[in-house]
Write a protein that binds this ligand. Sequence first.
Ligand code: GRF
Length: 212
Amino acid sequence: MLRIVVMVSGGGTNLQAIIDGVGNGTITNTEIAGVISNNKNAYALERARENGIPGICVSPGDYESREVFNGKLLEAVDAYAPDLVVLAGFLVVIPPDMIRQYRNRIINIHPSLIPSFCGKGYYGLKVHEAALARGVKVVGATVHFVDEGTDTGPILLQKAVEVKQGDTPEILQKRVMEQAEWIILPRAIDLIANGKVRVKENRTIIDQETRK
Ligand code: GRF
């Protein structure tokens, strides 16, 4: 059974997709051990509460320095003894010590087809604003393993989504979430939970029979 911790900062719709996936069997062999947010007002924590999942807030503003916060955040993650850490809209930089300790055991969902529209400053609506400004016809989402860079770790899954005439950033964000994020993040967790993923240098290898 894969024990996962989900780290969130906002509305938690990706967390909800994971909760629903575990509930309806889309995600097998997995239990959500806990939810950690940097934002005590994150609705994602309410979603955890509604589903009987332990949820805590570890906020940088509660500690005298980033170093102290980093230590407390890693302690909070370790306390759940996770096999996998899932960043689902988590907007705080992951401490280097945590990345080392959980090498290739932290995944992130990013709302673009990496390497487009990613890296420092590309998060949330900003990603979709940049895509519309560039005039791309296809966008999408990416699940990748987290390394010391920003959105630079080995890519695990990607799913493309069409840009439509008249899209606003908000409309495009919603389509990318519904048609890509909420599908590939649960699928990525299920693949890992069933030992179907290997990381080789900066790429991933997925056992072929599982590719749909
Ligand atoms: C999503 O757009 C996700 O791609 C990005 O942050 C947002 C989180 O949304 N990483 P939610 O909190 O899961 O609703």
